[in-house]
Design a protein around this ligand. Sequence first.
Ligand SMILES: [Fe+2]
Length: 158
Amino acid sequence: MATAPNIGISAKQRADIAQGLNKVLADSYALYLKTHGYHWNVRGPYFQSLHILLEGQYNEEWAALDLIAERIRALGELAPQGYAAFGNLSSIKDGDGEKDWESMIKELLADNETVIATLRGAIEAPDEAGDEATVDLYTQRLAAHEKHAWMLRSTLSK
Ligand SMILES: [Fe+2]
């Protein structure tokens, strides 16, 4: 058996924090996949600007997945992997390329807000355990998804 991390956080707290990180990772992965898919399939008079907007968002989201998964590993737990595992953990549904651009952007806005709610729900466990590294990661993810949500919301404003 591998040596347990001696990082000033109890085994119970590490497991609780990792459970929150698993959910954050799964929701983030599902949102990444949907944003990339809508980057491919979005259509209409605003194609070029939406295509580029979504590219910026999925690239940012993709880079964050590795940080979230590696935080789980640093806490001594295994990161979930694979479509089935993420599908079971995530509350974000797959996208539908048949939708019109406005429905796609509305859906991505709601999904970013879902990730924000998941992050807010998950931040209490590391905060109480004095796990500043996870709190810091969550704070950065909140700022990123709140910014993505702002840009999507502004795209929908008349
Ligand atoms: Fe592309």
